[in-house]
Design a binder for this molecule. Structure first.
Ligand code: 13P
Length: 252
């Protein structure tokens, strides 16, 4: 049985004071009966250290939203896996569609980051997903297949088992229009069968595949109870403790 994993991608939201407020809220609502669901919060870089201190002993885990594929050096503005580990991160989101769109990240670049994250002991949350135009052209399967294959290049099966893949259809992100549970399940099943072909059925059965894109307390339960949906990567709804925890509850 794969454990359900709910991750909050705060994106570029919450300064240090707002971070304290949101983490305190999430902590106070994450009651013992929810502990079978893994919860990860991914605040912006300047908030990671404080978030790490506040989360100590709560069972809530910490992730970053990006990283570079070197541990140090002349890469102005970048943050390394070594730095992320030192502030308590265990996870890192890689290849989010906003990074693909605004910062021109390619599958090859995302793959380099994913391999480095794994080498350094961080778990990458690798994002894939088609645009509205691609869905309308009926090329969703091709697009997602190319992204998954490209992002997982040269990652051996024993490492792929640890990876989290987040299927986030671009047209569902921040739009309030989520994929239906059936639409999401179809792509999740495609990803799992691709993993089965690329690696083995055993490896495929161990990989966590999250859905992301307008997940809210109202739609979370149906999405999270599809056979191949193992959790959610939540944007807007993770910025309020009560709606984030309502999504965690929906995963039970
Ligand atoms: P929303 O939940 O705001 O649609 O964002 C989803 C997302 O991009 C999470 O990474």
């Amino acid at each position: 049985m794969r454990q359900k994993i709910i991750a909050g991608n705060w994106k570029m939201n919450k300064d240090i004071n707002e971070t304290v407020e949101l983490i305190d809220g999430v902590k106070s609502l994450y009651s013992t009966n929810l502990h079978s669901v893994k919860v990860i919060v991914c605040p912006p870089f300047p908030s990671l250290n404080v978030a790490n201190e506040l989360l100590r002993g709560t069972g809530i885990e910490l992730g970053a939203q990006n990283m570079y594929h070197e541990n140090e050096g002349a890469y102005t503005g970048e943050v390394s896996p070594k730095m992320l580990k030192a502030v308590g991160c265990r996870y890192v989101i890689i290849g989010h569609s906003e990074r693909r769109q605004y910062f021109k990240e390619t599958d090859d670049f995302i793959n380099r980051k994913a391999r480095k994250a794994l080498t350094e002991g961080l778990i990458p949350i690798i994002c894939v997903g088609e645009t509205l135009q691609e869905r309308e052209q009926n090329i969703t399967h091709q697009v997602v297949t190319t992204q998954v294959e490209g992002c997982l290049q040269n990652i051996p099966g024993e490492n792929v088992e640890k990876v989290i893949i987040a299927y986030e259809p671009v047209w569902a992100i921040g739009t309030g229009k989520n994929a239906t549970p059936e639409q999401a399940q179809e792509v999740h099943a495609l990803i799992r069968s691709l993993l089965s072909k690329l690696y083995s059925p055993d490896v495929a059965s161990k990989v966590t595949i999250q859905y992301g894109g307008s997940v809210k307390p109202e739609n979370a339960k149906d999405l999270l109870h599809q056979p191949d949906i193992d959790g959610a990567l939540v944007g807007g709804a993770c910025l309020k403790a009560d709606s984030f925890i309502a999504i965690v509850k929906a995963a039970l």
